[in-house]
Design a protein. Structure first.
Length: 542
């Protein structure tokens, strides 16, 4: 736990990790609180059509014990992989706790995955069982013949299935959670695939403890007695699971589960009002959509006291809008699937600044280094890197020693992201190595350009990439989805160019604009820029 201080430097200087010799995520998020206060609410279900429902920590403990016992009877053993293809729900929380208690490995997967993406991850992880709903079961059925390791498919909401989730919750008995060390594997989260094939990042039970300093900074030293957590981010993503859900349960904070196929700003505001949400993890894409929505936060009776945002660059425009909209600054954080919540900001500590990602979170040594692993001075652009060992850092890529080795240079984990450190200790994130645009000697991060583009009243989504140019090395090219009802035109393109040029600089505005019908996003809401980068390069070659 971080001490509640008002001085970042002292907090960072005095922090020390205290990792126990034995730690299990499953018991920490359920049994611990069940023993203290079994009637304390763990999960609120937000279902406008069927009313509000809740599950206590006592119920979470008992039901996860029952599921763990049943999975054991099905032959699931320690270190076996169990895939979770579920929305935010009671069943998802129960399943996570049960899998960790067994010493098995949870493999969260997004319901939005298509057949090929799902088959790749199930096969690569060697999942022995999958817990899913009827939709997921139908998808798995179509590829079952290509999944030789998959023995059991457990379905939550289809009575016609032979293996039903509710039937596995009948008898918890006296299930005894296995003893696990902090380094025992617990969780495999696949990278989002923005720069190549997804890899399974394997984490130990310590990953939850490693997230706690960042979580506590982001939400300004929780828990408060009235705290309620919500995020629209899928719990299959590291952001939804480890930036919000598991740390909140660890601290005894109630989490809201809501089933939404697509993010809706109007629904998000209504949910936060109805459920009296105080802590929210809102990815930058969600905030930008809220910025362009007709309904405003001021029209709602909100109880928010802290918002965290992560997953991609927030940007100055969205930062300033959010501070005005909610009455306090959004705490921006940075991390990766492999090593999350290592840079961040905190309004009450004075470590929040427009255009900057934040400062190193207590307990993490984050520097800007060159290709040989040397720490660079302030102002120089290089790789954002994290020093090992670190409790939040992944154990390895699943069955890929070569890729794991390439992730490190000496004692440093290379993030693959570019940034620089300013004189005040703030780290500025530019983008991934492949995303950074080199134009006329300038190194340009696409995130700030995209944020400025989306601030234009006629722009819904945008992607900025570098297009090869014989004079400037690269020029900035923007691919833009217009807002509904807006017709693309040369006049609109020129207006957007002027908009960016007047707000950023002459070297950052897009010299080319192409209007498109959609911007492909990962399941975590990040723009897949490599698709547009390849398109722009092919245009040049063609």
């Amino acid at each position: 736990m971080l001490e509640n201080r008002d001085n970042y430097e002292a907090l960072y200087r005095d922090f020390r990790w205290q990792i126990p010799k034995r730690f299990n995520i499953g018991t920490a998020i359920s049994d611990h609180w069940a023993a203290i206060d079994p009637d304390r609410i763990a999960i609120h279900a937000f279902r406008p059509q069927s009313g509000k429902m809740a599950m206590t920590f006592g119920e979470l403990s008992d039901l996860s014990n029952a599921l763990a016992k049943s999975l054991t009877s099905l032959g699931i053993r320690r270190a076996d992989r169990v895939a979770l293809l579920l929305p935010q729900s009671f069943e998802t929380a129960i399943s996570h706790a049960a899998i960790y208690k067994m010493g098995a490995i949870a493999v969260p997967l997004a319901l939005l995955f298509g057949v090929d993406a799902l088959q790749y991850r199930l096969r690569a992880s060697g999942a022995k069982a999958a817990i899913t709903n009827a939709h997921g079961a139908a998808t798995i059925a179509s590829i079952r013949a290509d999944l030789p390791d998959l023995e059991h498919v457990i379905v939550t909401d289809d009575a016609s299935q032979s293996l039903r989730f509710e039937e596995l919750l009948v008898d918890g008995g006296n299930f005894q959670a296995v003893e696990t060390s902090p380094d025992d594997p617990a969780l495999m989260i696949f990278t989002s695939g923005t720069t190549g094939p997804p890899k399974g990042a394997l984490h130990g039970h310590r990953v939850l403890l490693g997230h706690m300093p960042g979580f506590e900074m982001a939400y300004q030293f929780p828990p408060n007695e009235s705290d309620v957590m919500w995020t629209p981010a899928d719990w299959a993503w590291a952001g939804g699971l480890l930036n919000a859900t598991l740390p909140a349960l660890y601290l005894g904070i109630a989490v809201v589960a809501g089933k939404f196929e697509r993010f809706s700003p109007e629904t998000a505001l209504s949910l936060m009002e109805d459920m009296r949400v105080t802590l929210a993890f809102l990815p930058p894409t969600a905030l930008r959509m809220m910025k362009n929505a007709p309904v405003r936060a001021a029209q709602k009776n909100l109880h928010l006291r802290a918002i965290m945002s992560a997953g991609e660059q927030l940007g100055r425009e969205t930062y300033e809008w959010a501070r005005e909209e909610f009455g306090f600054p959004v705490n921006e954080f940075y991390g990766q699937t492999e090593c999350n919540l290592v840079i961040g900001s905190c309004g009450v500590l004075g470590t929040t600044r427009a255009g900057a990602t934040g400062r190193a979170v207590p307990g993490h040594d984050v520097q800007i280094i060159d290709a040989e692993g040397n720490v660079l001075p302030c102002g120089e652009v290089g790789q954002i890197a994290v020093k090992r060992p670190d409790p939040v850092m992944f154990l390895s890529y699943w069955q890929d020693e070569r890729a794991t080795g390439k992730k490190f240079i000496r004692e440093w984990l290379f993030t693959g992201d570019q940034g620089h450190l300013d004189q005040d200790g703030f780290i500025h994130f530019f983008g991934r190595d492949d995303d950074v645009i080199t134009s006329a000697g300038y190194r340009i991060g696409p995130g700030e350009i995209e944020d400025c583009l989306i601030s234009h009243p006629d722009v819904a989504l945008a992607a900025a990439v570098g297009k090869p140019d014989p004079v400037r090395t690269e020029i900035v090219k923007a691919y833009i989805v217009p807002r509904q009802g807006v017709q693309p035109s040369q006049d609109l393109a020129r207006a957007i160019q002027l908009w960016v040029r007047s707000r950023l600089s002459a070297h950052e505005y897009p010299r080319e604009i192409e209007f498109v019908e959609e911007i492909p996003l990962t399941t975590t809401g990040k723009v897949i820029r490599r698709i547009f980068r390849d398109k722009a390069r092919n245009e040049t070659l063609g």
